[in-house]
Design a protein around this ligand. Structure first.
Ligand SMILES: [Zn+2]
Length: 358
């Protein structure tokens, strides 16, 4: 393998290829032909090198996992592959179009030398294991990058949950803890896990904004509370007191009737009304208040999508995860009133799955 050897100028003629293929096993003829087209097969004296010689120009360089299975092997021609090994001819000039070519794992294993530490050539199982490890690393890099592109806000949301645990339900905190652990360890959340299914149902942007608002509201309420002690607007205060007590009466009645959860934020909503008035209720206090009023007006609880799904005879067709999801959203709905857009969307899909028309 002399550095002065060059590629064939133009397309390699058929008779040259046939010559190179002489004596080669039938299933490897293709490999010889394909490699000849990208190799420096011409010596300075214009004679042509043999396959066993020019194949040694090539060394395995790296493994790459492609975004789609659009790849093909430049040696055997195998199509639709995602796992590609890049092989390199170091003596082709920098930037040359044939200096690097993509090859399948199998062909590298069979035909291309792998040097570790630049000296020792791997063989047999050691070679196979090495390629496997390199591809696993390439896949990891791929999924890591893809996850960062798909969910740039993941870390911000998860850390927000951990930093403000008082704002979230226990299952959310548990899931966030697991997800964050995976993210720290692997750089992404594996797709075929329950943690990912939980994570995927979250509208990250919306939730991050909500969290920030709730933290700010809590902060403001602390300040408002301090300011309130200094000023006394008795009339307004009396009005608010009345509305707050009225709300509590309605809510307690609805708990007794089984329309809403006993663990609803009745007390915190009541004190929010007392403190700020109805017009300034936020988040779960607002949705709970609105639900209680609406229930009272109707004389019955407003329809609850998760409960509807649970009452379907085909409810047991849902997966364990889906049933857990229905359960927890039913609880959330009856405790707070509101469900997020993403939750409603998933519930709609499950509703169709159990045969109820959406
Ligand atoms: Zn191949």
């Amino acid at each position: 393998m002399a550095k002065e050897d060059t590629l064939w100028d133009g397309e390699v003629p058929e008779h040259i290829i046939e010559n190179l293929q002489r004596g080669v096993a039938p299933h490897e003829k293709r490999v010889v032909a394909n490699l000849a087209k990208v190799s420096r097969i011409v010596k300075p004296d214009k004679t042509v090198r043999v396959y066993d010689d020019f194949v040694t120009d090539w060394r395995y360089d790296r493994s790459v996992f492609l975004p789609t299975s659009n790849g093909s092997c430049s040696l055997c021609g195998k199509k639709h592959i995602r796992e590609i090994c890049v092989i390199v001819d170091d003596d082709q000039p920098f930037g040359a179009s044939k200096k690097e070519v993509g090859v399948g794992n199998e062909c590298v294993h069979k035909h291309i030398e792998i040097l570790t530490d630049g000296v020792e050539g791997l063989t047999g199982d050691a070679k196979k294991d090495f390629l496997k490890t390199q591809m696993a690393k390439a896949k990891d890099r791929f999924f890591k990058t893809k996850f960062q592109l798909d969910y740039p806000q993941a870390r911000k949301y998860l850390e927000g949950v951990m930093d403000n645990q008082w704002l979230f339900h226990k299952p959310t905190i548990r899931n966030a803890k697991k997800a964050l652990k995976m993210l720290n360890k692997k750089g992404y959340i594996s797709r075929n896990t329950l943690t990912f299914r939980w994570f995927e149902a979250i509208d990250l942007d919306e939730e991050i904004v909500n969290t920030e608002k709730m933290v700010k509201a809590a902060w403001d309420s602390k300040k408002a509370d301090e300011a309130y002690r200094r000023t006394e607007y008795l009339t307004i205060r009396n009005q608010r007191d009345f509305m707050a007590s009225h709300f509590r009466k309605m809510a307690e009645r609805q708990v007794d009737l089984g329309w809403i959860e006993s663990s609803s934020n009745i007390s915190s909503t009541e004190s929010a009304i007392r403190r700020y008035g109805i017009g300034k209720l936020k988040w779960s206090a607002k949705t709970l208040y609105e639900m209680v009023i609406e229930n009272d007006k109707r004389g019955e609880p407003i329809p609850c999508l998760p409960s509807e799904i649970k009452s379907s005879p085909s409810y047991s067709d849902l997966t364990e995860w889906e049933q857990t999801f229905v359960d927890s959203t039913e609880y959330q709905f009856r405790a707070q009133g509101g469900l997020s857009y993403k939750q409603l969307k998933l519930l709609d899909e499950m509703k169709q799955k159990v045969g109820l028309t959406a």
